[in-house]
Write a protein that binds this ligand. Structure first.
Ligand code: RI2
Ligand code: CYT
Length: 503
């Protein structure tokens, strides 16, 4: 079927092509059918939307498609119905517990990147990995396939360090301090981050509050060669492009299958050319890895995967039993991170973790003697050198280097929960805290989130403030209050834990 292109100002997050109902009937096309568009050497796949936005003889091209492919108004394209991709058979093989061969994994990833697989098939793939997992051969093949379907960065300034958290713990703004500390020591650290997967704010969501995070690889090369660091969003680059597509499914389901997590992280590190990689595995109740034994097993997998990729990997198992610092949500976390960098100090959990991880990297990079890295990291932070480096990063990434924490707007719709009784704080529920912040609108609403006034082990009196919810709308605030009342995220000794009826 030959039709003319109509550029449509439609942005749906999916590769949609719009076809007139009569045209569709003639071509026996139905909603969500996969079609191939051919124009010269250009081949693009898209999902059909039946619409009166276009006339017979036309095809509507959405902004999603135009992000990666150029089409011009009136351009003639050939539309060919595309049958079910071969990769769907491989997804079903994994769903049935089979082991995928390298070529099968490569086909799935290529079809994801080429948009031949629709949301339903991608979600099925992610779910099958959550249920049936991957062995190390499959994970290595997945990692390389994810990296090699995108661009690779070649940075001259060596050695190239990197740090990445598996995430899962609310308030984990740690690496926003780690990166400038390490770069201030003269090492090169081209940090890529994802947006939130299971949390209320991914590092890319937080950094975006005070700088751009979407750059081309050439722009990143310029920034990193100039100042030794960046903090950018992996999804904006054509860097392991399947990663951000699968993360969208993970976010919707709030899952992060271990094998896919290993590949997601290490494919980005591999594509950036990182030589020395530190992985942070937060461990504790309510995070992705709940026991130290599980963390050790995952650590061994990261180290093995690194060996197969030619990268030196070390792993830090860190405390994840409660939120890091006192804030959860993009703007609130950006404020806290900036405050800590400017003051050279801050909440114990944040400073201890940041200087601990940075210390390991300084030792891995050979600029600190064994066992002296954390001390050196703390000195860099307290001296203000880390803040100066952060100013450079913000400026090079298009932000205002003079930004102050109070310049960062946070949600002005607030509600504060207070202690219903006196006693010691015995637990803070990570999942509940994340759920409240996400109910309040985070991470999409940058100003949404939670300010925590207490941590485990502290003593409170009845009526003392425990936490404040921030939202950008009353409706979102109400949703978050209901969620908070239902989940009671902060437990005080002596509180009734459960009430069981006469069942
Ligand atoms: O907590 P959740 O959302 O599951 O995991 C995603 C977060 O973990 C990693 O953090 P970092 O970039 O290493 O700081 C990712 O980049 C992302 O920010
Ligand atoms: N699955 C992932 C977890 C954390 N970071 C990532 O980039 N990917």
């Amino acid at each position: 079927m030959k039709v003319k292109v109509r550029i449509l100002d439609v942005y749906s997050g999916r590769y949609s092509v719009f076809i007139n109902e009569k045209e569709a009937m003639k071509a026996k096309l139905h909603p969500d059918d996969l079609v191939k568009l051919e124009a010269g050497k250009k081949t693009v796949y898209g999902s059909v939307v039946i619409s009166s936005l276009v006339k017979e003889g036309e095809i509507g091209i959405s902004r999603d498609v135009l992000q990666l492919h150029s089409f011009s108004e009136g351009e003639v394209v050939t539309v060919i119905p595309s049958g079910t991709p071969e990769s769907v058979r491989y997804i079903k093989k994994k769903m049935n517990g089979g082991k995928l061969r390298k070529v099968e994994i490569e086909t799935i990833i290529k079809d994801i990147v080429d948009r031949k697989l629709r949301d339903i098939e991608i979600s099925s793939f992610v779910t099958s990995l959550e249920i049936n997992g991957l062995d190390m051969d499959e994970i290595a093949a997945l990692t390389i396939a994810m990296a090699e379907t995108g661009d690779m960065l070649d940075i001259d300034r060596k050695p190239i360090m990197d740090v990445h958290s598996i995430g899962g713990v609310p308030g984990n703004k740690t690496n926003i301090l780690v990166v400038p500390i390490v770069a201030a020591a003269g090492l090169t650290i081209p940090k890529t981050s994802s947006r939130a997967i299971t949390s209320a704010a991914g590092t890319a969501d937080v950094v975006e509050v005070f700088a751009d995070v979407s750059f081309s690889l050439d722009e990143i090369k310029r920034i990193v060669e100039k100042i030794g660091a960046c903090m950018v969003w992996g999804g904006a680059l054509n860097l392991a492009p399947a990663d951000d597509i699968t993360i969208k499914s993970e976010r919707a389901l709030s899952i992060d299958p271990t094998g896919l997590m290993l590949a997601s992280i290490m494919s980005k590190k591999y594509a950036m050319g990182s030589q020395y990689v530190l992985i942070d595995i937060p461990t504790g109740k309510g995070v992705k890895v709940e026991s130290v034994d599980q963390a050790r097993a995952l650590a061994r997998d990261f180290i093995e995967l690194g060996k197969r990729l030619g990268q030196y990997v070390e792993v830090a198992i860190t405390y994840g039993g409660q939120p890091i610092g006192h804030t959860v949500g993009p703007a609130l976390e950006a404020r806290e991170a900036l405050q800590a960098l400017m003051a050279g100090t801050g909440p114990g959990s944040l400073i201890e973790k940041a200087t601990g991880l940075a210390g390991v990297l300084l030792e891995m990079g050979g600029v600190a003697p064994a066992g002296m890295g954390k001390k050196m990291a703390r000195e860099i932070l307290e001296s203000g050198k880390a803040y100066q480096k952060m100013r450079e990063i913000i400026e090079e990434q298009g932000g205002n280097p003079d930004i102050k924490p109070e310049d960062i707007p946070v949600g002005d719709k607030t509600y504060t929960f207070t202690a219903p009784t006196s006693g010691y704080i015995t637990a803070i529920d990570n999942k509940a805290i994340t759920g409240i912040a996400r109910a309040a609108g985070a991470p999409e609403d940058k100003g949404a989130g939670i300010e925590l006034y207490v941590k485990v082990g502290e003593k409170v009196k009845e009526g003392d403030p425990l936490f404040t919810i921030h939202a950008e709308s009353e409706a979102r605030l109400d949703q978050a209050i209901v969620f908070a009342r239902r989940t009671e995220p902060i437990r005080i000794e002596g509180m009734v834990l459960q009430r069981i009826g006469n069942i």
